[in-house]
Design a protein around this ligand. Structure first.
Ligand code: COA
Length: 241
């Protein structure tokens, strides 16, 4: 894949590497990034050569400092915005990927940046990471799934506190809240993500994607329905052998 301006997409040893690449603007999420991310996510979803993906941010200071404020409120009318959403449902596409996704984040992880990390399955963060949802301060609410994905990760009360107060969370607290799986040094961030990716991709891709589906889809089901889903996926695996 080429001709991208604000995302670097690379493939190596069955791993897809997605780098948000606007370091001069702390990798703020702009329309260009939305369009490129949409293409990259489609590639990760469909490419049999990619078994797992790692998301990270270019530069020293941020994974992503949220929506690009220079484009803020320059979007078209709500009607057009809704049409665009149907054409480019980045977040729906993100959450529909059945392969494991790892976010390796550092520095500022704000707004859309946090929502991108929340669309991933496992989050590694370096010691300098800070998370926040500053949307209310701008008179808006998160629009990339954050009102749904954050409470599923850290519980409703904490998610409300983060959103309603605009308070930023340092990495130690994020780890305690289970927003982050592991805290590592900045130097070890990518190697740690790669160690994890290598371990996961050594397993049967079918078993891995079914395990992901059973857990992520199961979280939205009753226990009985979740057990049915697990049994169905288990039968599918056995019949595929
Ligand atoms: N959109 C567009 N540009 C952004 C940006 C954003 N969300 N966040 C940072 N940048 C740009 C800055 O304008 C600056 O550009 P410049 O060097 O051309 O002036 C550059 O990135 C560095 O940011 P700066 O603000 O100088 O760094 P800082 O260390 O003083 O502050 C933050 C860092 C993250 C606290 C601050 O940039 C900030 O509050 N950003 C906005 C966060 C936000 O509200 N995001 C929207 C969420 S919905």
């Amino acid at each position: 894949m080429s001709n991208f301006e604000v995302i670097i997409y690379e493939k190596k040893d069955d791993i897809g590497y997605v780098t948000l690449n606007r370091p001069q603007a702390l990798n703020a999420y702009n329309l260009q990034m939305r369009d490129e991310l949409y293409q990259v996510l489609g590639a990760i979803k469909d490419d049999p050569e990619v078994k797992i993906a790692i998301f990270r941010g270019a530069g020293e200071r941020a994974f992503c400092a949220g929506a690009d404020l220079t484009e803020f409120l320059t979007a078209p009318s709500p009607v057009i915005a809704r049409q665009v959403r149907w054409e480019r449902d980045v977040w729906g596409l993100f959450l529909s990927i059945t392969k494991p996704l790892i976010a390796a984040v550092h520095g500022y992880v704000l707004g859309d940046g946090l929502e991108i990390a929340l669309c991933c399955d496992i989050r590694l963060a370096s010691e300098d990471t800070q998370f926040g949802m500053p949307e209310l301060g701008l008179g808006i609410i998160p629009a990339a799934g954050g009102t749904q994905t954050l409470p599923r990760m850290i519980g409703g009360a904490k998610a409300l506190e983060v959103l309603l107060t605009g308070r930023w969370i340092k990495v130690e607290e994020a780890h305690r809240l289970k927003l982050v799986n592991q805290v590592v040094s900045r130097h070890d961030l990518l190697p740690a993500a790669e160690r994890l990716a290598n371990k996961i991709k050594a397993y049967s891709p079918t078993a891995v994607t079914y395990a992901k589906q059973a857990i992520t889809r199961g979280l939205d089901l009753s226990l009985d329905e979740g057990l049915e889903l697990e049994a169905k996926l288990g039968r599918l695996i056995i019949s595929s052998h």
